[in-house]
Design a protein around this ligand. Sequence first.
Ligand SMILES: Cc1cc2nc3c(=O)[nH]c(=O)nc-3n(C[C@H](O)[C@H](O)[C@H](O)COP(=O)(O)O)c2cc1C
Ligand SMILES: CC(C)CC(=O)C(=O)O
Length: 387
Amino acid sequence: MNKQTRDYYNEGADCGSTLLENSTAYNKYRIRPRVLRDISLIDTSVSIFGKRNAVPIGVAPTAMQCLAHPDGELATARACKEAEIAMGLSSFSTSTLEDVAKAIGDHPHVLQLYLFEEREHSKKLIKRAKRAGYKAVFLTVDTPMLGRRNLEIRNQFKLPKPYKIANFAEDSDSAAAETVMEGASSITPNAEKNQQKTSASTKGYHDGKQRRAPNGPITFHTHAPNPTLCWERDIGWLKEQCAPEMEVWVKGIATAEDAFLAIHHGIDGIVVSNHGGRQLNGALATLDALPEVVEAAKGKIPVHVDGGIRHGTDVFKALALGADFVWIGRPVLWGLAYNGQEGVELCLRLLSDEFKLCMGLAGTIKVQDISKDYLVKIDKSGFISRL
Ligand SMILES: Cc1cc2nc3c(=O)[nH]c(=O)nc-3n(C[C@H](O)[C@H](O)[C@H](O)COP(=O)(O)O)c2cc1C
Ligand SMILES: CC(C)CC(=O)C(=O)O
């Protein structure tokens, strides 16, 4: 990857402490292995959207995958199909949702949604997703404003030609697609110039002045953040648009309070997420937020988690803390950059093999066996406690 892409993929918001803690939170737990249990037949599979998934792992939606490899999301989809692993597609993909659906076939795929202020665009996208067989929309709820990612700003990150935000190609002219991150900050030397170039009210997100709804071409900077989103007005509307073919999940929940609200508003599932540490820096690591969300929602709607998961043992620990399923973001991008479809397959195989090994060595043969009995928590002074 070139530096611009690598920085865009890797970085977190601000000083990156939440990004780091998403991973290091896993070190606070240790596994209590059980032995002499005949683990010769381990079944790592789970069911998701009515289909068998080889492991309780899915590929999280990440934008603009053609930056990592020319085959982009299509390579990821083919790898997911091969590995029997569910895929989340970003609204801001560089391949169309129809092409991705074809590439993954009837294996579960979900569409991550940034619900735009101009509802017509989102309405069209939802219709297309239904037609293409997507099982759910994952409404991203942690992005009412874009987090401040300093390297993106310093690098003046751009989506290079010939790539486009494919799902909105007709609504995003090439100039807009190219200037995708311009105007992202009022601290860049070119900020003023950039703000004049972008047609939406970029200023409103960062300088405290009154904002206008974006009304120009669709770019990620202008349209992904929607500060008007709210439970009362938007969730009912979204459910109506998606019914009956697609479920509506919320991605970006980190508290019990919001888990209760999600249930109250008829949401079908929750992804505990902080956007891979790219939004609110200083937010709790997702593994630390997970227990309160699980306590609020367990048994009512499924609870998934993403953020910082880099090993099979991390997957095991998240499940032991009550997650039903986990999603992986950046490692898949690294696999994609390394070797396209084969690179993603390698990434998914490594994680799946590690998870199976962990299950066996911990003395579990079914995913449902994994519980908090298999974990202890270790604090900073080394004190170990049962959960
Ligand atoms: C480069 C990049 C792009 C992303 N794009 C999106 C996106 O378009 N929509 C979204 O909801 N989340 C997006 N995410 C967040 C991921 O879906 C996921 O929450 C996060 O990557 C999980 O953390 P991990 O990368 O540590 O596994 C993106 C993350 C990265 C790293
Ligand atoms: C705002 C998006 C289009 C991409 C995204 O979610 C991200 O870069 O984290």
